[in-house]
Every structure is written in C-alpha cells, then in structure tokens.
Design a protein around this ligand. Sequence first.
Ligand SMILES: [Zn+2]
Ligand SMILES: [Zn+2]
Ligand SMILES: [Zn+2]
Length: 90
Amino acid sequence: MNGEKTKCKSCFKGKSGEAIWCEHCGGGYVNGEKTKCKSCFKGKSGEAIWCEHCGAGYVNGDKIKCKGCFNAQNGGAPCPEHKHEGHNHP
Ligand SMILES: [Zn+2]
Ligand SMILES: [Zn+2]
Ligand SMILES: [Zn+2]
C-alpha cells in the first residue's frame, strides 16, 4: 500500500484550492500551490506584506522583489532605484 493520502484536513482544503495556512504541517496553500513561508503565504492570499526572509513582498497577491517598490506601492516614498517618472529632462 502506498499511503499518499492527505490526512490533514487543513492541507486537504488547501490542496483543493482554499487559501489556508496549516499550523500543524507548517505550510500554507494558495490556489492549490504550497508555500512554506508564512509571510509569503499571507502575501499570496492578498495581504500587503514584505517578507524579510525571502526578500520579496506582495501587494494584492502580486510578487514584488524590490523593497523600495513595495514601499512605494504601499503609500511610501517612490523607489529610489525604480522611479517611474515620465518626463525626466536633464
Ligand atoms: Zn496540514
Ligand atoms: Zn517568505
Ligand atoms: Zn524598486
């Protein structure tokens, strides 16, 4: 017998598409995709959060790799490295 069953109810829900964090297994699921990092899980489920551990942030479920841009999207100052200014005459 190979027992590849999902014994955990939370994980089962996650695998079926529910955004859920399983404290028991230390993992979360968003759209059936497993995430081991809790901050990233929150980000993927729609929370605006920066994950120091992974060096990535999320806004509306979109991954952002630059912290400056992440802050800018959260009402902070524009990212010093990635300014989006249309007409920048020297
Ligand atoms: Zn679980
Ligand atoms: Zn993370
Ligand atoms: Zn940036």
